[in-house]
Design a binder for this molecule. Structure first.
Ligand code: ATP
Ligand code: LTN
Length: 334
């Protein structure tokens, strides 16, 4: 608990450009959580280097991600928004927890298998111990809840196992975190292949709407979105393309699926697809303006970063000190 509130922790890697899926499925739902929880949202840049990054590009992307969190509506005063690499306790606890994690457990991680297959020229130890660093992220803040997608559930399970193992040896050091499946965001599928989720690492850029896409690009991508041969605008399992567009339309406008279906009853794709694009652009355009404003104001953004880094460090170090003591490291003289 911090300030009588339960703690909630999440973050995204600074790899690739965020998509509408990341926004509707995650970011948008994070915005109001601070009313109920003490929230930490990290830019997970330590995790990002498990895949080789081009330094200048990486630096820019990490800063853009932080600015985008704010532009999307996360209040940097009410939430702790910070860079993982600025808080060295993550790497330190990550190391310690490595010594409490079995290779047999890590061998079962499906994300490692997927990423190793995708990056077969660079299967590094960091990629392998990725879940341990993620456990450190979560446990450092004594987090109660972690909103993550299905693909990260296995990492949350191993986090709980590591925490329980540590606690059973040393007493109650870590809060055991739970997944947060409160208000579920929309699951957005690829515009080119609605059986696949929209993803920032998709090779086909037409399948994803990126949060930084301009309005013409959004319109073009929506017009090209795969639908089906009949022109009925109806939500149904056998119409995955149209259902996905309806889902996007409804999530962006706040109208229900039924209302949206009714709105386009008897109308064709010629009217529906531009309306979807318009609904998306109504969200993206103000976000772009805010993003540009924030990035231009270097002093403001640097101030936010400093303040939040300090806040994160304060809580992280509190846990790390406790862990050091429990493990039996000698005190650092002051
Ligand atoms: P990558 O392609 O690099 O694996 P990704 O686009 O799948 O990335 P993640 O970084 O794995 O996204 O996820 C960040 C957050 O966004 C997670 O909480 C995840 O559940 C959510 N998310 C990602 N894609 C979608 C989507 N298409 N629909 C809904 N939520 C999504
Ligand atoms: N692995 C996560 C990103 C991530 C994370 C975390 C999420 C790293 N550390 C801690 C929640 C809590 C991802 O790829 N989405």
């Amino acid at each position: 608990m911090i300030n009588d509130k339960k703690v909630l922790y999440s973050g995204m890697q600074a790899t690739g450009n965020l998509t509408l899926g990341n926004y509707l499925g995650a970011l948008k739902n994070w915005i109001t959580l601070n009313e109920e929880y003490e929230c930490f949202f990290g830019v997970m840049d330590l995790h990002s280097i498990t895949i080789r990054q081009q330094p200048a590009d990486f630096r820019k992307r990490a800063r853009n991600l932080l600015a985008l969190y704010i532009a999307a509506g996360l209040d940097p005063v009410k939430n702790c928004i910070y860079y993982q690499s600025h808080v060295s306790a993550h790497a330190e606890l990550g190391w310690i927890l490595n010594c409490f994690t079995y290779m047999g457990e890590l061998n079962r991680m499906t994300q490692f298998k997927d990423k190793a297959a995708k990056h077969s020229d660079n299967i590094n130890a960091g990629l392998y111990t990725y879940p341990v660093l993620m456990a450190a992220d979560i446990l450092l803040y004594q987090s109660d809840y972690v909103p993550v997608g299905k693909d990260q559930q296995q990492h949350l399970e191993i986090t709980r196992d590591i925490a329980q193992r540590f606690n059973s040896i040393y007493g109650d050091v870590f809060t055991i975190p739970e997944g947060y499946y409160g208000k579920r965001g929309a699951k957005v599928m690829s515009l080119q292949d609605p059986s696949k989720k929209m993803s920032k690492s998709d090779e086909n850029p037409n399948g994803s709407i990126y949060l930084m896409d301009d309005s013409d690009t959004v319109l073009r991508k929506c017009k090209r979105a795969v639908t089906d041969s009949d022109s009925e605008i109806r939500y149904s399992e056998d119409k995955p393309g149209v259902s996905n567009l309806l889902e996007i339309y409804s999530a962006c406008t706040g109208k229900s699926i039924e209302e949206s279906e009714k709105e386009f009853d008897g109308k064709g794709y010629g009217e529906f697809k531009p309306a979807v694009a318009e609904a998306v652009n109504a969200i993206l355009e103000p976000m772009h303006k805010e993003f540009e404003r924030i990035l231009k104001d270097k002093a403001y953004l640097d101030g936010i970063i400093k303040e939040n880094d300090d806040k994160a460090r304060y809580f992280a170090n509190k846990t790390l000190r406790k862990v050091r003591k429990k493990v039996g490291f000698t005190d650092i003289p002051h």
